[in-house]
Design a protein around this ligand. Structure first.
Ligand code: GLU
Length: 483
């Protein structure tokens, strides 16, 4: 009960896994499910711990890794592999549970899993990381804990395309005759069987989620917000893959103003809006925000969480909004781009304050949604759009030719604009199809969550609504299996 969470939390704070359990218990308390089934869904089915040695710099170093399988009501199970020093069994089990509910909510046909390796990747050279990753992958592959039809990892904090490519290659070396080998992991680079739009997917999902929120006047009213995303003041915590893409798309495409960014070594403030590409470039070159010349930099970045803004986007670690700071959070809307950034205790405080929270299991589901598309692409062995694209263009050309002919016979000088023709004639490529599929997924899932929230007086917020929608689907999965 008293295991401290990552970040600055108070002693009374429950552990991350316990926090997820508390949210789960709240939701199932409002559902009519047999007690035994509730318990079956809640528990983590299995957690495999591996300790392995790799010879590095002349001596053997021992590493500890995990793969937790939360629910196998659908297989394969799905979830990222995290490289961080804070990785432990409690954390991977909490994250695996979130994966179960996340996949159910966005109707990705997977159970939930998560892996982690306790390592600080910044302390190793690339070839060392490759040796460590391949060895970790080998340990998991030989137990079918990485497998196209049983357990499909993906990137998470501290890992990316490069690590996924090593894992895919390691699997292919062991399973030399498996024609579906590439589907053993998602988030791979394009040349190793990846899909367009996977790297940006989680940030893109956050953008689509916010756009959908601003199409729901009732939800906006609950957050005391009016208008559109345009001009809204946003504070982002963490400019990693998710935070960076969310901030970039929201500012470049929706007119939102990123007025604050929180990083590990400080915070950046600019009420007129921060140029996200420029800040990211600075962080990449200098290792942090210190001395960033184009905005005010403060050393105590966490204070920015408490600044006035319209939308707060925690996109870093779990537990960053906790009993120690929840009461001082002033944002009326929080979208959880990270997994578990708000503790169960802080969640209560914020609910009392009337803060609207778009919950993690929905808000960051863009990653696994596009992972699903990648897995399908790998199993079908063909790029999305390859068969239809030119045929679609040819049919559009027919329409444009006919329209032009009609317009000409009208003889009043009207013509079709070039920009219309350009947009209309272009057949959808893989990236457009992926974005369309992601947008649809985020909209439909939002609606299921928001509808339930407003339909049932006993459902206090979107998080509990999301859990109820997800748990109902998992329960149906178990029932269908005859459990
Ligand atoms: N690590 C991501 C998550 O937490 C993606 C998982 C996946 O694509 O399987 O959702």
């Amino acid at each position: 009960m008293n295991v401290p969470m990552t970040g600055q939390t108070m002693a009374a704070e429950p552990s991350f896994r316990h926090s997820v359990d508390m949210m789960f218990n709240h939701a199932v308390g409002l559902m009519d499910l047999p007690t035994g089934l509730k318990e079956k869904i809640r528990v983590c089915n299995a957690t495999y711990t591996v300790r392995f040695g790799v010879r590095l710099r002349g001596q053997i170093q021992t590493f500890t890794g995990y793969r937790a399988i939360h629910s196998e009501h659908m297989e394969p199970v799905k979830g990222g592999i995290r490289y961080a020093m804070g990785v432990n069994q409690d954390e991977v089990e909490a994250l695996a549970a979130l994966m179960t509910y996340k996949c159910a909510l966005v109707e990705a046909p997977f159970g939930g899993s998560k892996g982690g390796l306790r390592i600080d990747p910044r302390h190793y050279e690339e070839h060392e990381l490759e040796a460590i990753t391949r060895r970790f992958a080998y340990e998991l592959i030989k137990r079918d804990l990485i497998h196209p039809s049983q357990n499909v990892p993906a990137p998470d904090m501290g890992t990316g395309e490069r690590e996924m490519a090593w894992i895919a290659d390691q699997y292919a070396r062991i399973h030399t005759t498996d024609i579906n080998a590439r589907a053993c992991v998602t988030g791979k680079p394009l040349n190793a069987g990846g899909i367009h739009g996977r790297v940006e997917a989680t940030g893109r999902g956050v953008q689509y989620a916010l756009r959908e929120f601003f199409r729901h006047p009732e939800d906006m009213a609950a957050a005391r917000l009016t208008g559109k995303l345009d001009g809204k003041r946003v504070i982002v915590q963490g400019l990693g893959n998710v935070g960076f893409h969310a901030a970039k798309f929201l500012s470049e495409e929706d007119g939102a103003k990123i007025v604050g960014v929180i990083e590990h070594d400080g915070g950046v403030i600019d009420p007129s809006g921060i140029d996200i590409e420029s800040l990211r470039g600075w962080i990449t070159d200098n290792g942090g925000v210190k001395d960033y010349p184009h905005a005010q930099v403060i050393p105590e970045g966490a204070l920015l969480l408490e600044e006035e803004c319209d939308i707060l986007i925690p996109a870093a670690l779990e537990g960053t909004i906790n009993l120690g700071n929840a009461e001082r959070i002033r944002a009326p809307l929080i979208i959880e781009a990270a997994n578990g950034p708000i503790t169960a205790g802080a969640d209560e405080v914020l609910r009392r304050q009337g803060t609207v929270i778009i919950p993690d299991l929905y808000a960051n589901a863009g990653g696994v949604t596009v992972s699903y598309f990648e897995w399908v692409k790998n199993l079908s062995h063909i790029r999305f759009g390859r068969m239809q694209r030119r045929q679609e263009e040819a049919r559009h050309q027919l329409v444009v030719d006919e329209l032009e002919r009609i317009v000409e016979t009208m003889g009043n000088g009207t013509t079709l604009s070039d920009s219309f023709k350009l947009k209309y004639l272009k057949g959808a490529d893989e990236l457009e199809l992926v974005r369309s599929g992601l947008d649809d997924t985020m909209r439909v899932a939002y609606q299921s969550m928001s509808d339930l929230w407003h339909r049932r007086a006993d459902v206090p917020d979107m998080r509990i609504a999301a859990y109820i929608v997800a748990i109902e689907r998992v329960a149906n999965g178990y029932r269908a299996k005859g459990l």
